[in-house]
Each structure stands twice: as C-alpha cells, then as structure tokens.
Design a binder for this molecule. Structure first.
Ligand SMILES: Cc1cc2nc3c(=O)[nH]c(=O)nc-3n(C[C@H](O)[C@H](O)[C@H](O)COP(=O)(O)OP(=O)(O)OC[C@H]3O[C@@H](n4cnc5c(N)ncnc54)[C@H](O)[C@@H]3O)c2cc1C
Length: 179
C-alpha cells in the first residue's frame, strides 16, 4: 500500500521515514515551491530524541546540534517565568534535552527519503472520499488518488478546519506492520 502525506515539515518527513522503515512507500506533498533551509533553533526533548533513536536517526542528528542541560522561559519583556534543569529529565530518560537548528534537522530528515518521494509546489486544498479512494485536490489544478492519507500540514492546518468533511475521509485501515 502506498501512503500519502500532506506536509513536508518535521512531522511529515519523520512519518515518511517511519513508514519506509516499516516497509511502506510514502509520497509527500508539500505546498512550498522548494525544500530549503528555513528556521532557527528548535528544542527536542528526550521523548522526541527517543523517537529519532527508534528510527535509527539519533546518531546522525545528535552531532548536528547541542545538548541543552538547562533552559529558561521568559516573557517577551525578558522576565524569567521558569528555570528548568533539563539534566534531571535527561538522566531519567537516558537521553539529553537537545537543541538543533531547524534547517539542519529538516535536511537530515529529508536526506533519508528516496529521491522523488517529496513533491513540492503541491498545496492541498480539499479532500474527497469515494469508497476506499481519497482524492486530493491541489492548488495547481492537479489531483492525487490514495487509499491512505496522513495530514501533517502544521499548527495552522487549513485542512483541519474542514474537519467535518475530513471525518468522512477517515477509512479505518490498519496495514500489517503499522502499530
Ligand atoms: C518554515 C518553518 C520554519 C519554522 N521554524 C521554526 C524555528 O525556527 N524554531 C521552532 O522552534 N519552530 C519552527 N517551526 C515550527 C516547527 O518546525 C513546528 O512547530 C514543528 O516542527 C511541528 O512540525 P510539523 O511538521 O507538525 O509542522 P510544520 O513544521 O509547520 O510543517 C508543516 C508543513 O506542511 C506544509 N503545508 C501546510 N499546509 C499545506 C497544504 N495545504 N498542502 C501541502 N503542504 C502544506 C508547510 O509548508 C510545512 O512544510 C517552523 C515551521 C516552519 C513551517
């Protein structure tokens, strides 16, 4: 079964890698016209690092960033709200709190996927389900049919706002090997 993912952000790319490791092909559709280095510092807590470790990626990603033994949360005016000793959390989980430039993480994830599996310039506008088929409609006028769709289009997901129609697109499938 070929999986379809909307959004080539951190979640979309990581999911595509996880599916690949589980033996599935995944195609990713990304709205941006090209995949390029964007962003600034990103924090990865031990639970995120554990996920990357399970995918066999921690060894590749750790040298690209830095440990974060402690951090503070400040208001916009610089007043400290909380100070956190993340070394304690690190000891508990056996993995350090970690910080990395988003672009480095994104590049490292992108380079794990087969060439041609991420399609850029594909902004998904709508989804329709007919039987076991889900049809995606893109802003460039093209369509894509799939039987398994994962949406990872970020916190401002335009597709999620269309939740009622999206629910009609949920097909209960549990492909072998996916847990
Ligand atoms: C360009 C960018 C820069 C960021 N920089 C930082 C940073 O410096 N520091 C930080 O802490 N966090 C940053 N973030 C946020 C952080 O990466 C995310 O909050 C976090 O990684 C969650 O990842 P995500 O994959 O769920 O969503 P996102 O990383 O937001 O990725 C969603 C992806 O979906 C694509 N997309 C959205 N709508 C559609 C659509 N309709 N069709 C197809 N594709 C679509 C977007 O272009 C994006 O690539 C950034 C996010 C983005 C998109």
């Amino acid at each position: 079964m070929k999986m379809t993912i909307i959004g080539a952000g951190i979640a979309g790319l990581t999911t595509a890698i996880a599916l690949k490791r589980a033996g599935f092909d995944a195609e990713v559709f990304e709205a941006a016209p090209q995949i390029k280095a964007v962003g600034a510092g990103l924090g990865l807590a031990p639970n995120a690092m554990l996920g990357l470790q399970k995918l066999g990626l921690a060894g590749k990603i750790i040298p690209l960033g830095a440990k974060l033994p402690h951090f503070s949360i400040l208001t916009a005016r610089g007043k400290v709200i909380s100070r956190n000793d993340s070394a304690v959390i690190g000891e508990k989980f056996g993995l350090d709190n970690f910080t990395i430039h988003r672009a480095e993480l994104h590049d490292a994830l992108f380079s794990e996927l087969p060439a041609g599996s991420v399609h850029t310039g594909k902004r998904a506008l709508d989804i329709e389900r007919e039987g076991d088929n889900i049809r995606l409609y893109f802003a460039d006028g093209s369509t894509h049919d799939t039987s398994c769709l994962l949406i990872a289009d970020g916190i401002n997901s335009a597709l999620r706002k269309n939740w009622y129609r999206m629910r009609k697109c949920v097909i209960p499938v549990t492909p072998a090997g996916v847990q």
